[in-house]
Design a protein around this ligand. Structure first.
Ligand SMILES: Nc1nc2c(ncn2[C@@H]2O[C@H](COP(=O)(O)OP(=O)(O)OP(=O)(O)O)[C@@H](O)[C@H]2O)c(=O)[nH]1
Ligand SMILES: [Mg+2]
Length: 325
């Protein structure tokens, strides 16, 4: 790790929020040396629990996330928040406004909050969120809360990697529970019926119960359903009690841990390998040539990709690729 990375790293370890923030930005931007930095950070991480908080747009996820953070801080934990913004990378302004408001509301001075755009994450949204979570972990956070909207596949993947997943449902959304991305109900460890002050909260509760009754896998632990009024702080104590309990008692996360490490490893390799191949391909100017050939109808994408793969395979055959080199 070169000197300026090392400097940031040391300052972060001493508790500098600015250094933490810059470290996160530089890793997110994939600044030269980021992998080396992550390698150094990795052994320091592993202590924090990652909590995924997901649900439909406007369900009160941010309010809930901040309320949970506050509750955890009151119990003496250090907390970081990653808010994955569903909108474009250009909405920074309004997002910041929202964050400031939230911080005021909950008096979250000691909580590190980081927003991340869904689109445009250089390392892919999932990997970026993991990297940032790892840095927060290494900086000494006990909990990292990740808020994402539960509608897109990318967003679902992000929470899937959490230690514990809260799925937030609200009354008055027409088809209610169905509005969420397929697959998200299965990864819920706890269901939260937020906006319980609104009419229809009891129905949402029953909907979720009915859905869980239909679940074919009755062996699996049944996720608890809790009601909250996040903007008034109601139900947050019980919610935090419940997930702390689940985190300490369940061992299904151990199996999950292995799956997660494997996914991360493969994901990282995929991304890096693709980058490597593309760099080469572009350097020759051959990528553009190939595009033109296809445009002119002279060639097809399948045979071109086959050709690239054959070349790669010849390389792999010549060198020993299986080790750590
Ligand atoms: N009545 C009521 N309003 C709530 C409750 N929780 C949050 N709200 C309000 O709902 C609105 C949306 O809250 P957010 O926390 O921004 O919701 P979100 O799910 O993070 O929204 P997106 O990130 O945009 O998807 C805000 O005006 C909150 O004040 C609740 O329990 N009851
Ligand atoms: Mg939000």
């Amino acid at each position: 790790m070169n000197n300026d990375w090392l400097d940031l790293f040391e300052k972060m370890q001493k508790g500098s929020v600015r250094a933490l923030s810059r470290l996160v930005s530089r890793v997110e931007n994939r600044d030269p040396g980021w992998m080396e930095a992550m390698r150094k950070i990795y052994p320091l991480a592993g202590k924090a629990r990652i909590i995924g908080i997901t649900g439909s747009p406007g369900a009160g996820k941010s309010t809930l996330t901040n309320g949970i953070a506050r509750e955890l801080v009151l119990r003496g934990f250090k907390v970081g928040i990653i808010a994955v913004d569903p909108s474009s990378p250009f909405s920074g302004g309004s997002l910041l406004g929202d964050r400031v408001r939230m911080k005021d509301l909950w008096n979250l001075d000691e909580v590190f909050i980081r927003s991340m755009a869904t689109r445009g994450a250089l390392g892919g949204l999932n990997q970026s969120a993991r990297d940032v979570a790892k840095i927060l972990d290494a900086s000494g956070k006990d909990f990292v809360l990740i808020e994402t909207v539960g509608v897109g596949q990318d967003e679902v993947e992000v929470v899937r990697a959490a230690d514990l997943v809260l799925v937030v449902c609200v009354p008055g959304q027409g088809d209610g529970v169905q509005a969420l991305q397929a697959g998200i109900m299965e990864i819920a460890d706890i269901f939260v019926v937020n906006k319980a002050d609104r009419e229809g909260a009891a129905e949402v509760f029953l909907d979720i119960q009915a859905m869980l009754d239909l679940d074919s896998n009755q062996e699996a632990p049944r996720p608890p359903i809790l009601k909250t009024v996040a903007n008034q702080g109601e139900g947050l104590v019980a919610l935090v009690d419940t997930f702390l309990d689940l985190l300490t008692s369940s061992d299904h996360r151990k199996v999950w841990q292995t799956v997660r490490i494997r996914n991360e490893l493969v994901g990282l390799l995929e991304k890096q390998l693709l980058g490597l191949i593309l760099d080469h391909w572009k350097k020759d100017g051959n990528l553009e040539k190939a595009v033109e050939q296809i445009e002119r109808g002279e060639r097809d994408p399948y045979s071109i990709v086959r050709e690239r793969l054959d070349r790669l395979q010849r390389y792999v055959g010549e060198d020993d690729f299986s080790g750590n080199g």
